[in-house]
Write a protein that binds this ligand. Structure first.
Ligand code: GTP
Ligand code: MG
Length: 206
């Protein structure tokens, strides 16, 4: 699939205020700084479409981007960012939880994982929670340019092992580097396939 246009629609602090759920939607979630916003820029090939930062906690709202005039990519705030106050953190938690649970046109929630790290409890907990709510998920390992092939394989094997103790089968899994545009075609094809397989937004989450 080719991305021919990508437009920022708006930021929302509440799922109830998001655009009408009449288009297919794919969202990115994961720990702060894992590379969610960078991945959106990489996929759309627009460098500064989503705001990125070296400091965690950059994205604090639900951000909709309209792609090819027909479907949405959504940038979400990170979870597990320790340096914001507890009340703010719980706010992020609720915003994310509400979005994931209530967004009826959500075709797939991409859960981003830092490929440089061994399995992190917070990520495993989030994956398990999304699974328990029957949210369609896929896993995206980010920043693969930052480690050697053997280190990547080691971390991947550990993740798969940890997931298979809780899941019968693994969700779809992608390896990406926003720096090198690695994994772009695979992700776009996956989204294209998900849209072609369904009969419209109602075939999404709910
Ligand atoms: P929050 O909005 O704070 O939750 O973070 P985020 O998940 O949106 O992360 P963001 O895209 O802002 O990226 C965080 C940092 O990681 C930035 O400095 C990016 O340049 C860097 N980064 C993201 N993806 C990659 C990647 O694939 N490779 C490398 N080398 N750096 C990356
Ligand atoms: Mg961000």
């Amino acid at each position: 699939m080719k991305v021919t246009s990508a437009t920022f629609i708006s930021s929302f602090s509440d799922v109830a205020k998001c655009p009408a759920p009449d288009k297919a939607e794919f969202a990115f979630i994961g720990r702060s700084n894992v590379g969610k916003s960078s991945l959106i820029n990489m996929l759309t090939n627009v460098r500064k479409l989503a705001k990125t930062s070296v400091t965690p906690g950059k994205t604090q709202t639900i951000n909709h981007f309209l792609i090819n005039e027909t479907w949405y990519l959504v940038d979400l705030p990170g979870y597990g960012y320790a340096n914001v106050s507890k009340s703010t953190r719980q706010g992020f938690g609720k915003m994310i939880e509400d979005y994931v649970m209530k967004r009826e046109n959500l075709y797939c929630l991409f859960i981003l994982l830092d490929s440089r790290l061994p399995p992190q409890n917070i990520d495993l907990t989030f994956i398990e929670w999304a699974g328990s709510k029957e949210i369609p998920v896929a896993l995206v390992f980010t920043k693969v340019d930052k480690l050697k092939a053997n280190e990547l394989q080691k971390n991947l094997a550990q993740y798969k092992k940890a997931l298979l103790t809780r899941w019968e089968e693994l969700p779809p899994l992608f390896l990406t580097s926003s720096e090198k545009a690695f994994g772009r075609d695979e992700l776009l094809e996956f989204m294209d396939g998900a849209m072609k397989d369904s009969n419209g937004p109602d075939a999404g989450n709910k």
